[in-house]
Design a protein around this ligand. Structure first.
Ligand code: 8YV
Length: 326
């Protein structure tokens, strides 16, 4: 039997291509171009599988134009780039890459939280610009992390990993808001207490967003929510662009209705709202939450393992919809 064809939507570790080549003819994206939807559709012709990243959209139009497609494996835990109902209706398998990035992403969340509260970027820019001529009593004085109240919006695996860091490592009081309450055991492990969204906004000294992006979570933090936060509070978004209204946040930072923000994700990535680039009290990173070499490798291998499983008749590892083979 001839080998199936797999399209790699973006460049990835050579060892992953090697692994996939054992079971399929692999079509790589040599120069790591970000294809338009039309280009993606053109390249998907004759392919049964595709290896995607969070920026590659598989929607109804793509599915309709690519009737041979049978599986899309996302090298990301978030899958808002997939239209799952349409994929299920078309009998196309969707997989993601959960768990392997939890701790690494929580580390970045904490790094952003600390960098934001202690004004690391702002102070480094000041130093590099040669403006540091003397010490002064309030120079880059920020807010404390230890002993403060950590608010977490979205309490999945990454939220819990951040809660553990805060409670166990920094003696923080942890409150959270989530669609569902954690089990008693998990609440104890995380030393976290469920509160309403308005309590979370009003009480958190540092608010970290770790919820998935859906129609419901679009602009979950907008002008009204920012207005409920403490003027000394920091906001950290490591979840998805679109959960925060970037224009409203830029305004709040400019007017200092909150103290500072740390952002790894943006509404129109890789474009960043100009208002955010203008204000000094924000730490900006280019969507690097999961970016450690071991974790990026683990994510890529997990996506590849799902493709291998699919094309060798084995059970999928991390399926997001029913497997039409069963
Ligand atoms: C990825 C992510 O780096 O896993 C996710 O949901 O946002 C990141 O870890 C990005 O989506 C590339 O696939």
């Amino acid at each position: 039997m001839s080998k199936p064809h797999i399209l790699m939507a973006r460049a990835v570790f050579p060892e992953v291509i090697e692994k996939l080549s054992q079971v399929a003819q692999v079509h790589v994206n040599e120069d790591d171009t970000v294809w338009s939807q039309a280009e993606l559709v053109a390249r998907l012709q004759g392919k049964q599988g595709v290896f995607t990243t969070g920026g590659d959209r598989i929607d109804q139009a793509v599915l309709k134009a690519c009737p041979e497609l049978r599986i899309c494996a996302n090298m990301a835990v978030g899958y808002n780039n997939f239209d799952i109902p349409s994929m299920t209706a078309a009998g196309v398998v969707a997989t993601n890459a959960p768990d392997v990035l939890t701790e690494t992403t929580a580390d970045l969340g904490f790094a952003l939280l600390m960098g934001t509260a202690r004004r690391l970027s702002e102070s480094e820019h000041y130093l590099r610009a040669g403006r540091w001529t003397k010490w002064s009593f309030d120079m880059f004085a920020g807010s404390d992390i230890h002993g403060s109240t950590l608010g977490i919006l979205g309490m999945g695996r990454i939220g819990q990993a951040i809660a553990r860091r805060g409670a166990l490592g920094f003696g923080m009081k942890v409150i959270y808001h989530n669609r569902s309450r954690l089990s008693q055991e998990l609440e104890q492990q995380c030393q976290a207490r469920l509160v309403s969204k308005s309590e979370l906004l009003a009480q958190a000294d540092h608010l970290v967003l770790v919820l998935p992006y859906t129609r419901e979570s679009h602009h979950a933090i907008g002008a009204a929510e920012l207005a409920q936060m403490k003027p000394t509070a920091t906001l950290v978004n490591i979840a998805r662009g679109g959960i925060v209204d970037d224009a409203a946040l830029a305004q709040a930072l400019k007017q200092r209705t909150i103290a500072a923000a740390g952002l790894d994700v943006f509404e129109e990535e890789p474009k960043v709202h100009p208002g955010l680039l203008e204000v000094p009290n924000v730490v900006l990173t280019p969507h690097i939450g999961s970016a450690s070499i071991p974790t990026r490798k683990a994510m890529a291998h997990l996506a590849a393992d799902n493709l291998v499983a699919f094309f060798t008749g084995k059970p999928l590892l991390t399926a997001l919809n029913p497997d039409p083979r069963s």
